[in-house]
Every structure is written in C-alpha cells, then in structure tokens.
Write a protein that binds this ligand. Structure first.
Ligand SMILES: [Zn+2]
Length: 492
C-alpha cells in the first residue's frame, strides 16, 4: 500500500509530496479562535478540516504535535491596527472583566468542538499567557532593523523588510500593488507607511487590557502571538501551518515576515488553508441575519432550517466536501447528507451479522483499500473516501440480501477498515443507536415509569425518595417539572 502523502501547499499553489522535518514527527500550528463571541460555524469548518488532517497524520503513524492558539488579546476590530480590541469591547458592552469574556467563549468553543468530536490539540496556548515571549520577539525584530518605535508603539517596517527579503510570498501580493491600493493614512496613525503593521500598541487610557513593556504600557499586535507561540512550541521551522482562507492575508503573510526578519529562513514548509462555509448561497454575517450558530443547528431553534441537525450529521456534511472547496449549507443539501450518513451507519452495523461464504464475489478488498488510501493521500480528499465507503455499503447490502458473497477473511478486513475510516480517520460517531426511534421510545418509557414511581412517593409523602429521584435525574441532565397537572420530564 502506497502511503505517500501529497498536500496542496498554498505557498506555491502546487501539490507536493509531504516530507516531515523530523522522521515520523509532525509539527502543526493552526490559528485558533478569537474568543469574544460564540464560535462561528465557518470557524468550526476550519477546525473540523484540521481535525481530519490531524487524525489522518496520526493514522499514518506520525507523532503529531498540534498547536492551536486561543486569541484572548490584541485582535483589533479591523486589520489596519485600528478600532477597539474585540474582547475589551465585549467586556465594556457587558460590564464584565475581559477575562470573563475569554472564559465564557473559550468554554463555548471547546464544548462545540467536542460536540463535533474534534480531538483536542496537543497544546492550546493563549496570547495573554505569552506576553513575555512576544516582547522578546519584538526586541529581536528591532535588533534586525525591521521595526521602529513611535510614541510608545512599535511597527513592523514592511518596506524595509521587502528591500531585503520579498514580502507577499503567500498571498502573491506585490509590495508595489499594496502601496498603490492602500488608502493613505488618515493622520490618526503613527505608522510610517500604511502597509506596516503593529507589533506593540500603546494602550489608550481607557484600554483595560495592558501590560508593561520597554516601549509603553500596552498590548501586542495580533499577528505577533502566532509567531511567538509557534516558534516556542514547534521551533523556528516547522511542518504545517493551517488556518482559514481569510487569514492568508494579512495575518499569515505578517507571520512569515516576522519570522523571516529574525531567522532569515521560511518558518513553515507547508501552508494549508481551509475554505469558507456559506449559508443558502450567501456569505454568513450577523448583520444580514444570514447566520446560524452551531448550537442553534443542533437544537433546531433557529429561523433558517425547519429541522434540527445533529453535530455528527453536520460534521459528515462538511467532510463530504473537500476542505479547499466552498461548502454551502442548505436544508436540501443537509437532509440529503443526513440520509447518506444514516445509510453509511446502517451498512457498518450490518457487518457484524453478515453471512460468509468460502469465496468473495467480485469485490476486491485490497483494490478498494488502496483506493481509500489514495483518496486520503491526495490532499486529504475526504469526499472521495466517503464515496468509496458508499461503494462498500452497496456491497455489504448485496451480501446481506444474498446477491453477493464475502469470505470470512475479507469480512474481517472490511470490518476493520470501515471502522478505521469511519471512527478514526473521519472522526464520526455512530448516532443511529442513540437517536433511533426504538432507543428514544425505550428511554421515554423508562423515564415515564420513574416519574410515576416518584408521583407515588410524593402521594405517600415520602419526600426523601421523591427528592432523591429528582436530584439523581437532574445530575443526568434530565429535569423534572412538577405542575398542577402532574410531573413532566425534559432531557436537556
Ligand atoms: Zn494566527
């Protein structure tokens, strides 16, 4: 079996054979969320894409150190180093501490990613936890002559850097075009040139998130944290850097410039970018109302879709598209995908009881296995892998209906591979069992019985038992409501 992995490198727009710096080890950095609001579904898609990549690299036998940061300071409202810090603004609007904002939305982010069955990264560093490293980095960039201080703020000198090392390698933007296309400074900024970006910003008196530095009491620029944390945990040169397509410019371009200004070599060998998620053909945006939160999709409490979609159905839907293609969320597409997901699960659950024959009919498991790996080795082509899994389901159904045969050895091999691809590589969970009609009916029946027993206890004034039942169910997130017409239960 060929295990040569090919990845699409955004740096040169080509598919390249993946070769890690250290044999059998991979260092991967992915830009994480800015935790000032509930995690966006588009961001979830990016992290699910990199979860697939993380899982597949591990499956191939690599020891992967996966670093995904949490941006909890320094990300201003616009990319021109202006506007309020997103977290500080939210804190001001809600009259709470910035760290309360950070805590709330970090937890929301982790809960949501857990619902999507995304594995936790190896290290999840925060920007505020690495202020010292960021200050040291600024000193190094200044020592190389590529940054300047004005009025307590420090900026990266893009023009000077570009004189020595070309700027714009990742985004393909030329400095001349950038100069031509950028609006002139409005006089509010201290920057020498509009292309320059902040490494350190002096805090205004109202700004609450501030730290001491050699230049002023202030806060680091957004691009700096990723260079500081990727260098600290993965070294000056590492294998994979990922993120959403929208981060390519300026964020990732600035990361490259920062690292190259000190080390004079490319920090990253393979840049991978996940594409956008649209909703009913349009960009998702809170301002237009064309927006839905992951939790609203799972609960069905939203005005966009008529029904609820489980986290696994949404994950499966996203994986049915290649990570570099745009995916459009629509009720029809989600429903079709959900049906397919159930069909796939049914196929897998039939494997256990499949009758075997001395010989297999015309399904060649080795050929099929090679096709599955070839799909994933070709830049993590999950839609093609899923198509191959459906071919196997067709065969499983034919064997189950007595139209085809499978040998004992082939069945063992097929079962193992189907499970590996479904659970380990695609990171899916079997939801048929939990959400099947019988399962719900049985659970509801059992709960109804418990509620009746509790009603009897209450009628007999045995409040110790009735409270014990209520509290025990509450610990399982099952809530009992006592009304004048009797007690009801709700599974949260
Ligand atoms: Zn980043």
């Amino acid at each position: 079996m060929d295990t040569t992995l090919v990845v699409y490198n955004s740096l040169n727009g080509k598919k390249e054979i993946f070769k890690s710096i250290l044999p059998n080890n991979v260092g991967m950095y992915v830009c994480g969320p800015t935790v000032y609001s509930n995690v966006h579904l588009g961001n979830c898609r990016t992290f699910i894409s990199f979860d697939l990549i993380f899982r597949y690299l591990k499956h191939l036998g690599y020891k992967v150190r996966y670093v995904r940061n949490i941006t909890d300071a320094g990300h201003l409202e616009n990319d021109a180093d202006e506007g309020e810090d997103r977290i500080a603004k939210k804190a001001r609007l809600e009259s709470i501490e910035p760290m309360e904002v950070v805590q709330r939305y970090t937890l929301d982010f982790r809960d949501t990613m857990a619902e999507f069955n995304a594995l936790a990264p190896s290290i999840e560093p925060t920007a505020t936890g690495h202020i010292v490293e960021q200050i040291e980095l600024i000193k190094e960039i200044m020592a190389q002559g590529y940054a300047y201080e004005i009025n307590g703020s420090v900026y990266f000198d893009v023009i000077k850097f570009n004189d020595d090392i070309p700027y714009g390698k990742l985004s393909g933007r030329k400095i001349e075009d950038l100069i031509h296309n950028t609006r002139t400074l409005d006089g509010q900024s201290d920057k020498k040139n509009p292309q320059d970006f902040a490494l350190w910003k002096k805090a205004e008196p109202v700004h609450i998130m501030r730290w001491p530095s050699p230049w002023s009491e202030g806060f680091p620029g957004w691009h700096l944290e990723c260079t500081a944390m990727s260098t600290k945990y993965l070294g000056k040169q590492f294998d994979i850097h990922g993120g959403g397509m929208d981060l390519k410019f300026p964020h990732h371009e600035c990361e490259i410039a920062q690292a190259e200004s000190i080390n004079k070599k490319a920090p990253v060998n393979y840049w991978l970018h996940a594409n956008m998620l649209t909703l009913n053909g349009k960009k998702m945006a809170k301002s237009t109302g064309n927006n839905i939160l992951p939790g609203e999709m799972f609960s069905g409490e939203n005005s966009i879709f008529k029904k609820a979609f489980s986290p696994m159905a949404v994950r499966f839907f996203m994986l049915q598209a290649h990570y570099r293609s745009i995916v459009d969320l629509s009720e029809t597409a989600l429903e079709a995908s959900e049906k397919g997901f159930h069909r796939l699960q049914e196929g897998i659950s039939k494997l256990e009881a499949l009758p075997t024959s001395p010989e297999s009919s015309d399904f060649h498991i080795t050929v099929w296995q090679n096709k599955c790996y070839a799909a994933m080795n070709d830049d993590f082509n999950s839609p093609l892998l899923i198509a191959h899994l459906f071919d196997a389901v067709k065969y499983i159904n034919a064997v189950s209906n007595g139209l085809q045969q499978i040998s004992k050895t082939d069945l063992a091999g097929l079962s193992k591979l189907m499970n590996v691809f479904f659970f380990d590589v695609l990171g899916l969970l079997n939801t048929n069992k939990k959400q099947g009609e019988n399962g719900n009916k049985q659970l509801e029946g059992a709960l109804q019985l418990i509620v009746e027993l509790r009603n009897n206890a209450r009628a007999a004034k045995d409040f110790q038992t009735s409270d014990l039942i209520r509290d025990s169910l509450s610990n399982l997130n099952i809530q009992i409501n006592d009304t004048s017409e009797g007690s009801t239960f709700k599974i949260n």
